[in-house]
Design a binder for this molecule. Structure first.
Ligand code: NDP
Length: 450
């Protein structure tokens, strides 16, 4: 172990000791730290200035009570979070997640990743994340609205277009952003469009924001293939999840000539190997009826089928795009993918692959794109939404999609050239971590010890 690797190990031990029990946060930090030894050898001044310690300590963490009344009249209490992690490059930016698994460690892992992801986009946005342990599943529209209003009744005092700009994530889509924005507007008496992104098109939203994360990850995959003289045409693809990111990843794969043969939700997965997943039907079931992928298999009929146990990663594929949740692809899943000849894994979700899975994939020569690079299209388009809001302008779908594709190409090039510079050609994890880190670290150095 070199002196700098030891230094990084000491810093990691300190993070674990200072943040007990926050295992997802530890995992996200470890993943970045594993790339930093080489940076400190080249640029020891980052260590001297305490940049790494400062990066691991959020600038501000807000935890609050969210009381609301359900349809039976019973009072319910949830916990709300907003972690404002780093604002060296711009206002805090990152989504809100509503899911029962949410606690401080999940929000911190997401916020930490967001710092580097946002830096990689090259746009002026800092890193933050928030959410609640509220479970939207099975809740009526009225309950969702009352919850969102109560959540915003505390959150509004911490956010603003120059301060902190939340967006959606798991369990928070266009409907929730609408209720949150409505309550912000009511409390503040300001039509401050730039305070939230992911808004509806008729009230300040951007074209392509809904599609951006899913489209972006597929644009990234296209760059990975193009760099090796290939394209998506005729490729089999498995996409996990069937939410916002998954739906639009499926759409873009189909537009570019690939075929998505399986997708999932937390109840299981569906395989539709004939013409590939029928997106129109899936969108109707998921978007309109808020149904399950099991309903898809039932409506679609044979040869489509539903599997309630086992792993979607057992379905043979050329390309795997995990778009559901953290740690959904483990070392057994990696072994199945490798055995079935998968050549690319690109993360649409945040941290969906375990460290063991990433190790196995990389050592078997599978190209692996980490979420902080591959799924940055969502936040990048959020920044484009902020640009449009600031200039009271709205761009066409084609123009916005072109900007997204250019940003994803830029991130891909940046990852590859950084990996080359550090002697690890083709290592997207190292390239993304170092390129994101140095960008934000340089800004922190310039701003002094704050
Ligand atoms: P959605 O809530 O729209 O969809 C999440 C999907 O994942 C649902 O189909 C859900 O199924 C499924 N899912 C959740 N947990 C599990 C599980 N344990 N096993 C299998 N499936 C599961 O969220 P998004 O699509 O917005 O987000 C998905 C991922 O992408 C998250 O990691 C998020 O952080 C990341 N991301 C999202 C961005 C965005 O712009 N929305 C931007 C960048 C990253 P079910 O309905 O059964 O729960």
């Amino acid at each position: 172990m070199s002196f700098f690797d030891e230094k990084v190990q000491d810093l990691y031990d300190e993070v674990v000791a200072r943040n007990p029990g926050e295992v997802e946060f530890h995992q996200a930090v470890r993943e970045v730290f594993d790339s930093l030894g080489a940076v400190l050898v080249k640029h020891p001044h980052y260590a001297d200035a305490g940049i790494i310690e400062r990066l691991c300590e959020p600038e501000r963490q807000i935890i609050f009570r969210v009381p609301w009344v359900d349809d039976t009249g019973a009072v319910r209490i949830n916990r709300g979070f907003r972690v404002e992690f780093n604002s060296a490059l711009g206002p805090y930016k990152g989504g809100l997640r509503f899911h029962p698994s949410v606690y401080l460690g999940v929000i911190k892992f997401l916020g930490f990743e967001q710092i580097f992801k946002n830096a990689l986009t090259g746009l002026p946005i800092g890193g933050g994340k928030g959410g609640s342990d509220f479970d939207p599943k099975g809740r009526s529209d009225g309950e969702i609205m009352r919850f969102c209003q109560s959540f915003m009744t505390e959150l509004y005092r911490h956010i603003g277009e120059h301060t902190d700009v939340p967006a959606g994530d798991i369990g928070v889509g266009g409907r929730e952003i609408g209720y949150l924005f409505g309550q912000y507007k009511r409390i503040t008496n300001r039509y401050e469009s730039g305070v939230l992104t992911g808004k509806g098109l008729s009230w300040g939203g951007s074209q392509v924001r809904t599609e951006a994360t899913g489209y972006g990850v597929v644009f990234f995959v296209r760059e990975m293939l193009n760099a090796r003289g290939q394209d998506l045409d005729g490729k089999r693809v498995v996409v996990s999840g069937s939410g916002n990111v998954a739906l639009y990843a499926i759409e873009k794969v189909h537009q570019l000539g690939g075929r998505v043969v399986a997708c999932s939700d937390s109840g299981g997965y569906v395989v539709d190997d004939d013409d590939g997943i029928n997106l129109e039907l899936l969108k109707e079931i998921k978007g309109v009826h808020r149904g399950r992928v099991s309903d898809y298999a039932e409506k679609r009929g044979a040869p489509a089928y539903f599997v309630s146990s086992g792993s979607i990663w057992d379905v043979p594929t050329d390309i795997a795009i995990p778009c559901a949740t953290q740690n959904e692809l483990d070392s057994d899943d990696a072994a199945s993918l490798i055995a079935n000849g998968c050549t690319i894994v690109a993360e649409g979700a945040n941290m969906p692959s375990t460290p063991e899975a990433i190790k196995a994939l990389s050592s078997s020569g599978v190209l692996f794109a980490p979420g902080k690079a591959a799924n940055a299209g969502g936040v990048a388009t959020s920044a484009l939404e902020m640009q449009q809001n600031a200039s009271r302008d709205s761009w066409s779908f084609e123009h916005t999609e072109l900007r997204l594709a250019q940003i994803m190409r830029g991130i891909h090039e940046n990852c590859l050239s950084t990996a080359d510079e550090y002697g690890a050609p083709g290592d997207y994890v190292l390239g993304a971590n170092i390129a994101g880190f140095t960008h934000v670290a340089d800004a922190m150095l310039a701003l002094g010890v704050i």
